[in-house]
Ligand binder design. Structure first.
Ligand code: ADP
Ligand code: ADP
Length: 227
């Protein structure tokens, strides 16, 4: 668990140095759930990817806890990330998918087993552990992706439009499941979406971006004028 600090962070892409993120300043509190919302192309993914180390920072500093992470490779950042397209390994069982990161870290077998079963219990996928991803529904697959992300408790949990491939009914259900999951694991979380309803209902605070710039940071009640 950790707080996060973005200090005057910029991202410029490519030969023409087009600005994707400009003067991004934000402090995320330990265990807070932040929703980053804004139209397509406004810089949400770029911001998340810089935090995860998947994209270089052009200017400014990012801290996780008191550690400057600008030059720290992704695998050493203690971050778990869930993507829109699940990125499950199709030829591995659900169990093997969830265990994969722990096996890479060469954890003892019994520890891996405990961790996989605990994550599966939290997400209620214990009954599917032997299935392959293709034998699961979209919602079940997304739960496996979440399971893989939380199987070892990271300092920071990032989600990039995790629900946008699901149908409307499942989206509603997964919204509350993710909120419940966050309550259980209490990990500092940043959730990216272009969906206003997700922004209104999920986060402790909402960060509204437009054209690479933060427009507003506040509680969902204030931003969306809820009573
Ligand atoms: P969002 O996640 O809000 O949809 P992105 O962070 O993906 O926005 O993109 C922000 C801007 O940066 C967009 O103008 C996009 O075209 C540009 N961009 C994103 N990734 C790259 C890249 N790898 N190379 C060049 N430009 C990029
Ligand atoms: P960790 O939990 O250590 O991040 P993961 O099991 O999540 O390990 O996966 C390691 C890397 O492999 C991640 O970057 C993930 O996005 C990528 N990955 C996972 N599944 C696939 C897949 N089916 N195809 C391509 N890349 C994948």
């Amino acid at each position: 668990m950790a707080n996060i600090l973005f200090n005057q962070v910029y991202k410029r892409y490519g030969k023409y140095k087009e600005i994707a993120v400009s003067d991004f300043n934000l402090t995320v509190e330990d265990t807070e759930f932040i929703v980053l919302v804004g139209p397509s192309g406004c810089g949400k993914s770029t911001t998340l990817r810089m935090l995860a180390g998947l994209e270089d920072v052009s200017d400014g500093e990012i801290y996780i806890g008191d550690k400057l992470v600008n030059d720290i490779p992704p695998k050493d950042r203690d971050i778990s990330m869930v993507f829109q397209n699940y990125a499950l390994y199709p030829n591995m069982s659900v169990y093997e998918n969830i265990a994969f990161g722990l096996r890479l870290r060469k954890l003892p077998k019994h520890e891996i087993d405990l961790a996989v079963k605990r994550a599966a219990r939290v997400l209620e996928i214990e009954n599917f552990l032997n299935r392959k991803p293709r034998e699961l529904s979209g919602g079940q697959r997304q739960r496996v992706a979440l399971g893989r992300a939380i199987v070892r408790t990271p300092q920071v949990f990032l989600m990039d439009e995790p629900l946008s491939n699901l149908d409307a009914k499942l989206r509603v259900q997964m919204r509350s499941e993710i909120i419940n999951l966050h309550r259980k694991i209490e990990v500092t979380t940043i959730y990216v979406t272009h969906d206003q309803i997700e922004a209104m209902t999920m986060g402790d605070r909402v960060v509204v971006m437009n054209r690479g710039i933060i427009q507003q940071v506040d509680s969902p009640e204030v931003i969306y004028n809820k009573p």
